[in-house]
Design a protein around this ligand. Structure first.
Ligand code: GRF
Length: 226
C-alpha cells in the first residue's frame, strides 16, 4: 500500500465531515496531521483532540484584514505539511493568494448541486425555488467562490414535507459519503486538477462531477483497482 498522504482539515463548526474523515482515515489511507479552526469554540476541535490530532485556532477577528488572516492561516496549515487541504464547513471567504498557494490540493464541500446556489442559505433557496432535487458537491477550490471544478455530487430528492432542517440532515448524510470518497481518490493519486478541470483516473470529469447513485455507499477506484 502507498504511504498515506498528509491531510489538514479546516473547519468553523461542528465538524461532522471531519469526523467521517477521522473514522475512515485508515481505510482511505490518509494521515490527518492537523485541524485548524477560525472559531475557538468549534466542536470539531474537540473531535480532533479526542482523536489525538493536533489543533490550532486562527481567529479571524484578531486580524486587521483578510490578507493578514489568510497569511496566518497559510502558515498554520503549512506547519502540518499537507499534501491535501480539506475545507469542511469553513465559513470564511479565501483570498486569491491563499487559493493559488493550494491550487490542485484544496477541496471544499458545499451543500447544493453546484453550480446551483453558491454561497449561503442553500437549503432555503432550493425550497423556495420548488426544486425537486437538491444535494451536495465536493469541488476543487479556486479563486472563484464555490466555483472550482466539481469532483462528486450526491442528489437528495426534495419531498413536499421537507423543511430547511430536514433537508440539511439529508444533505449532510450524503456529504458524509462523498467527502471521504473524494479524499480517497486524491489519496490514491487518481484525482487531479489541471487547467481548472477535474480529472479522475486521467478522464476529465463532467461539469457536475461524478454522481453518487442514490442508493450507493462508499465505493471507489480503490476497490475497483484492487
Ligand atoms: C456542511 O453542510 C458543509 O456543506 C457546509 O458546512 C457544513 C459543515 O458541517 N459547508 P460539519 O461542520 O462538517 O458538521
Amino acid at each position: 500500500m502507498k504511504k498515506p498522504i498528509n491531510v489538514v482539515v479546516v473547519i468553523s463548526g461542528s465538524g461532522s465531515n471531519l469526523q467521517t474523515l477521522i473514522d475512515q482515515a485508515a481505510a482511505i489511507n490518509i494521515n490527518i496531521t492537523g485541524v485548524i479552526s477560525n472559531i475557538a469554540s468549534a466542536y470539531g476541535l474537540t473531535r480532533a483532540a479526542q482523536a489525538n490530532i493536533p489543533t490550532q485556532v486562527v481567529d479571524h477577528t484578531q486580524f486587521s484584514d483578510r490578507t493578514a488572516f489568510d497569511t496566518a492561516l497559510m502558515v498554520a496549515i503549512d506547519s502540518y505539511q499537507p499534501d491535501l487541504v480539506v475545507l469542511a464547513g469553513f465559513m470564511r471567504i479565501l483570498t486569491p493568494a491563499l487559493t493559488k498557494h493550494y491550487t490542485g490540493r484544496m477541496l471544499n464541500i458545499h451543500p447544493s448541486l453546484l453550480p446551483k446556489y453558491r454561497g449561503l442559505h442553500t437549503h432555503k433557496r432550493a425550497l423556495e425555488a420548488g426544486d425537486k432535487e437538491h444535494g451536495a458537491t465536493v469541488h476543487f477550490v479556486t479563486e472563484e467562490l464555490d466555483g472550482g471544478p466539481n469532483v462528486i455530487q450526491a442528489i437528495v430528492p426534495v419531498a413536499d414535507s421537507d423543511t430547511e432542517a430536514s433537508l440539511m440532515e439529508k444533505v449532510q448524510e450524503k456529504e458524509h459519503k462523498i467527502y471521504p470518497q473524494a479524499v480517497a481518490w486524491f489519496a490514491e493519486g487518481n484525482l487531479k486538477m489541471e487547467h481548472n478541470k477535474a480529472f479522475l483516473m486521467g478522464e476529465m470529469l463532467p461539469p457536475t462531477g461524478k454522481r453518487l447513485p442514490n442508493d450507493s455507499s462508499l465505493a471507489g477506484t480503490k476497490q475497483a483497482n484492487n
